[in-house]
Design a protein around this ligand. Structure first.
Ligand code: ZN
Length: 314
């Protein structure tokens, strides 16, 4: 891995300067294009270090302590032990996730899903943006993705600003419930991955809802719920959101009509990205409902939580 500031042009310039100085020449010994060709033929495996976002605070803090010349030997040893423990934790979590993804799950009636909220989209999105846009508040559109890890197909729920509710258990469970009712056959088993956000996922309501599907509604036979380790939460929904973001960079979106539908940016971003809008702008039909799951009378969370077999230490 080469440092992020590395550039072939810079190396070419340095090489030419040194060479000219050494040989007392005035002209460059090699053109930039020839140098580039030579570089790629000789060092095809060298890569530039890109911007890394899956880099957690704990790793960063511990690595700094270990490298810091001012920190005491005792602190360094302690940091090394902590880093080792932390590395084992996220490596094992990543391995479990990869193993689940590899499972030919659907054949055995097992479905592996992962879900997350994306950064919201701001509309309108124009390629030639007038300067005054900077001072205007644009329309925020929420995206929530549920990925089927076995097919790698992602359904993106698109919620226009006027239809959104607070991001929390009610919104997450409403969309998950729509997905499960539509795409998961009764009697299947489910493995669900979510990020480590207490407000949206790591709460009694989601756990209660999943227990309700198994114990009361008998929709599912078995459910396992996993949370990604804090700071190491990159998973499939993020890669699909990345493709949407890339598509958005090169597209003009004046309204939600340019986002949804067969010709919208979601469908055009990847063959595996699908979308469902909260309300169809043409037919005016509501495609999925917000429900007050937190106060639902259908299930009593306390009794359901008692029936959970395995307790995971977060
Ligand atoms: Zn870490």
């Amino acid at each position: 891995m080469l440092p992020a500031i590395f550039s072939i042009t810079g190396v070419h310039r340095q090489f030419c300067e040194k060479y000219k100085e050494h040989k007392n020449l005035t002209e460059d010994p090699i053109s930039l294009s020839c140098f580039r060709q030579f570089y790629y033929s000789k060092f095809p495996y060298l890569k530039k270090l890109g911007k890394r976002t899956d880099f957690c605070d704990v790793c960063c803090k511990l690595k700094t302590t270990i490298k810091d010349k001012k920190s005491s030997e005792e602190n360094k040893t302690q940091a090394k032990i902590s880093l080792e423990k932390h590395t084992i934790l996220f490596t094992e979590a990543r391995k479990a996730y990869s193993d689940h993804r590899r499972k030919t799950a659907q054949e055995n009636g097992y479905y592996v899903l992962s879900m997350d909220y994306a950064e919201n989209i701001l509309l309108s999105n124009l390629l030639d943006e007038p300067g005054t846009f900077y001072f205007k508040t644009r329309r925020k559109v929420d995206i929530f993705g549920i990925n089927n890890e076995n097919t790698n197909e992602q359904l993106n729920f698109i919620i226009d600003e006027c239809f959104k509710i607070k991001k929390g258990p009610d919104s997450v469970i409403s969309m998950l419930d729509h997905y499960i009712e539509t795409y998961i056959p009764t009697g299947s088993s489910l493995i669900l991955y979510a990020d480590n956000c207490c407000g949206q996922n790591k709460n009694q309501f989601l756990i209660g809802y999943l227990s309700y599907l198994v114990k009361i509604k008998k929709k599912l036979k078995h459910v396992e719920l996993y949370f990604m380790i804090v700071g190491h939460t990159k998973f499939s929904p993020d890669s699909h959101f990345g493709l949407i973001k890339q598509r958005l960079k090169i597209s003009v979106c004046e309204s939600i009509l340019d986002v949804i539908g067969e010709n919208g940016i979601i469908r055009k971003s990847s063959k595996n990205n699908f979308c469902i809008a909260y309300k169809d702008p043409f037919l005016e039909t509501v495609n999925f409902n917000w429900r007050d799951w937190k106060n639902s009378q259908e299930y009593v969370i306390d009794t359901l939580l008692e029936s959970i077999q395995k307790v995971q230490i977060f």
